[in-house]
Ligand binder design. Structure first.
Ligand code: BES
Ligand code: MN
Ligand code: ZN
Length: 513
């Protein structure tokens, strides 16, 4: 799968006429660049005496007095800031972009990459010195920001001037040295874009079976075995939660199991299980959602999308851990065959749940998957991702996702991977004081709180904890973070692909000694 724009590493020079001059008529061979850029971008850093051009300053100075331009534009050099000026060259008019680089931390580099992507939309070719002098980590972070902000949903039609730039040439000292970092960034960005595509696909197309097919297709050619359980298998093996949630829809549920062997020659390699909520549409079921709350519920499989996208990328990134990805896919609809409030269901493994609200469906499908992981897969760590509660969004909005964990080490690793990778987490308590809210008189557990504690995201996590067992387990409630209402930095409006960068980064380092 290609990803836009096409990024290459070149030795320079920055400006096309200079490139042509260097080529000296020798068929463009010696220039190191064969594209004539219609955008040239240089980095700007803040400083005590005002902002300065950080790389490519000399080439810019030959053509324009950048200090005056920056002062006129009121630019500081903060990450994400962009100032564009038309520049007349021998070949015509190009756009010269000054892009704020801030302090050069990964966070700033990601934003600078995103700012360049947005400033260059609708153009055909960009040449830039922003990546000059960066190490591998910096380069890949910058490119990730650039590629993620360039994302457009493949099915969406948009005006041509919103298309991502066609090609970006990064001027660096040693193009060969950066190629691995560039490839890593492209692989990660492609995985995030795939997760966003899955989330952005309308539910009319996105049935549980469709989602399972996407998972199988992603597994093919990625060194992964895929097993998809349909209704008959789910019934035979006792996946009562997935079946109950799915039975209101004419499009039956699926349970997807993706297995990646990891470094098979290393028997001591750890086994990680990733679990994703895959509700392809959440109407609430008979406990129907009011209209405004329902219209974005095609997003309710974002956890599953992240798991599928991560699994398809493990081999490309050389992940050594053994990883199993589980996606519990169902469509939550009201109908004559739907489950009713007050029904008692039997989850995988035999525990019973009183379904007091059919809109608390995510925990029912996840409970099956978590119990299956605990009882059958014997993992060393389990991480689930789910758009589980509106309360998570009330608590933290969209910048951070609530993290719950029964293991401090796992919580720390995930938080660090998230901060470094750009998917930020905030740890919340599994406050045991609230556990009795889930007591039921007719079953082992109720699926919603029967007390007035509030803390909806915490109570949902406590429900899941009952099924995760005693293994190191973490739960990410991505109800807020999975969808963005506007473009901002590397995030694009719609599905965000939250969790993909975090999990890939965490798995690459797992286990930490
Ligand atoms: N999918 C929703 C949670 C959600 C809400 C995700 C808003 C994204 C944005 C989930 O299935 C749900 O409906 N949760 C209920 C639980 C309640 C009935 C205990 C909620 O949060 O209202
Ligand atoms: Mn719901
Ligand atoms: Zn839901």
């Amino acid at each position: 799968m290609p990803i836009d724009p096409q990024v290459s590493l070149v030795a320079g020079p920055l400006f096309a006429e200079a490139a042509e001059a260097a080529a000296g008529g020798s068929e463009g061979q010696a220039s190191g660049r064969d594209i004539a850029a219609d955008v040239v971008a240089v980095p700007v850093r803040p400083g005590p005496d005002g902002p300065t051009v950080a790389a490519g300053a000399a080439e810019v100075a030959e053509r324009i007095e950048s200090a005056k331009v920056l002062a006129h534009a009121g630019m500081h050099g903060d990450p994400g800031e962009v100032t564009g000026v038309p520049l007349v060259t021998e070949d015509g008019v190009i756009q010269l972009l000054f892009v704020g680089l801030g302090d050069g931390t990964p966070h700033s580099l990601r934003r600078a990459g995103a700012a360049l992507a947005r400033g260059a939309r609708g153009r055909s070719a960009v040449a830039t010195t922003i990546a000059t002098g960066l190490d591998g980590e910096g380069l890949s972070t910058f490119v990730e920001g650039l590629l993620l902000a360039s994302y457009t949903f493949s099915c969406a039609s948009r005006p041509k001037n919103r298309n991502p730039a066609g090609a970006v040439a990064l001027v660096v000292d040693d193009p060969a040295a950066g190629s691995a970092a560039l490839a890593r960034a492209e692989t990660t960005a492609r995985a995030v874009a795939f997760a966003r595509d899955l989330v952005n696909t309308p539910s009319a197309e996105k049935s549980p079976d469709w989602l399972a097919e996407q998972a199988v297709a992603a597994a093919e050619g990625a060194g992964i075995t895929a097993v998809v359980r349909g209704e008959a298998e789910l019934r035979a093996e006792g996946f009562g939660g997935i079946l109950a949630v799915g039975m209101g829809s004419a499009r039956p549920p699926r349970f997807v199991e993706l297995s990646y062997p990891g470094a098979a020659d290393d028997p001591s390699r750890p086994h990680v299980v990733l679990v994703g909520k895959g509700i392809t549409f959440d109407s609430g079921g008979l406990s129907l959602k009011p209209g405004d709350n329902m219209k974005l519920m095609k997003t309710d499989m974002a956890g599953g999308a992240a798991v599928i996208a991560v699994m398809g990328t493990l081999r490309d990134l050389g992940i050594r851990a053994r990883v199993t990805g589980l996606v519990a896919a169902a469509e939550n609809l009201p109908s004559g065959s739907a489950q009713r409030p007050g029904d008692v269901i039997t989850q995988y493994g035999g525990r019973t749940v009183e379904v007091l609200n059919t809109d608390a469906e995510g925990r029912l499908v996840l409970a099956d998957a978590l119990a299956y992981a605990d009882r059958v897969l014997e993992p060393d760590a389990v991480v689930d991702l789910a758009t589980l509660t509106g309360a998570a969004r009330v608590a933290l909005g969209t910048t951070h996702a609530p993290l719950y964990a029964n293991d401090d080490g796992l919580a720390e690793e995930l938080t660090r991977a998230g901060t470094e990778g750009g998917d930020r987490l905030w740890r919340m308590p599994l406050a045991h004081e609230y556990r009795d809210a889930l007591d039921s008189e007719v079953a082992d557990l109720a699926n919603i709180s029967r007390k007035d504690y509030g803390a909806g995201s915490v109570v949902a996590a406590l429900f899941l904890a009952e099924f995760a067992g005693r293994r190191p387990w973490a739960h990410l409630d991505i109800a807020g973070a999975a969808r963005a209402s506007s473009d901002e930095h590397e995030i694009t409006k719609g599905g965000t692909g939250f969790g993909v960068r975090l999990l890939l980064r965490w798995l690459a380092a797992f286990p930490r000694s």
